[in-house]
Design a protein around this ligand. Structure first.
Ligand code: KIV
Length: 278
């Protein structure tokens, strides 16, 4: 099968390409990044989309929730990631309170993120932000939706449990997906919902669904890079597959360094500078 997103032929991933991948039955591979070096490695690996997630609040800054994350913090991550990514589509997760206070505020903040290097924005929520999404799209700002578990609503739900379990919840998610599609999103994240519901959503809309804990039938998948690299020893949800054990590798490396310093083994004679010969 010929991939329309083949990294050898596609020099730049765009929202249009992401949309077209669904029509070509091609899964969209997405991961998060908050930093220049990670973005650079992700980009050269051929990832389709890099999300600068507001999970930076938890994973990068150690906040308990994503609520404290500010526009300024996300601007910093945006500049770092966009410096490292050339080919991948770079999407910025708009932080809490940067798009809920009205359309003007949302357009201004999204504009600041685009000026800092993002190529589109992601917003959490359904019908309640449809007008904001429509306006952003109208101004030429690509928008990704986010339904199901929306971490910015943690104070409403009080937990990060599976969403869309009840009939009325399922109905709302299905309706919201249609509303987001009509508002003009180029794709949407479905987080932590039953795979049957994610399949129904995916089959009912034309734009790609990107799942995290939403099963096998989404049009693409996303994980937090630090989680799939095995750096987060306290977060092991069922949906997560770890592709490396970086926490162990890092600890071994740090221990090796500490031992070498304490045993006068680092630096050795090849790792020092000398006075230049006169
Ligand atoms: O903030 C984030 O990293 C996200 C992904 C988990 C989808 O929203």
């Amino acid at each position: 099968m010929a991939y329309i997103s083949d990294k050898n032929t596609v020099k730049k991933v765009t929202p249009e390409l992401i949309k077209a991948m669904k029509g070509n039955n091609e899964k969209v591979a997405c991961l998060t990044s908050y930093s220049y070096l990670t973005a650079k490695i992700l980009d050269s690996s051929g990832i389709d989309l890099i999300l600068i997630g507001d999970s930076a609040g938890n994973v990068f800054a150690g906040y308990e929730t994503t609520l404290p994350v500010s526009v300024d913090e996300m601007l910093y991550h945006t500049r770092a990631v966009s410096n490292g990514a050339e080919r991948a589509l770079v999407i910025l997760d708009m932080p809490f309170l940067s798009y809920q206070c009205g359309v003007n505020d949302a357009v201004r903040n999204a504009g600041l993120f685009l000026k800092a290097g993002a190529e589109g924005v992601k917003l959490e929520g359904g019908r309640q932000i449809a007008d904001v999404i429509e306006k952003l799209v109208g101004f030429g700002i690509p928008v990704m939706g986010h339904l199901g578990l929306t971490p910015q609503s943690i104070r409403k739900f009080g937990n990060y449990a599976l969403r869309g379990k009840k009939k009325n919840e399922r109905k709302l998610i299905l309706e919201d997906a249609k509303i987001l599609e009509e508002a003009g999103v180029f794709s949407m994240v479905l987080e932590k919902i039953p795979e049957e519901l994610a399949q129904e959503v995916s089959e009912s809309i034309s734009v790609p669904t990107i799942g995290i804990g939403a099963g096998r039938f989404c049009d693409g998948q996303i994980l937090v890079s630090e989680d799939m690299l095995g750096m987060n020893e306290e977060f092991k949800p069922k949906f997560l597959r770890e592709y490396a054990c970086l926490a162990t590798d890092m600890r071994n490396a740090f221990n090796g360094y500490i031992n070498d310093v304490k045993n006068n083994d680092f630096p050795n004679q090849n790792e020092v500078y000398h006075n230049p010969k006169e």
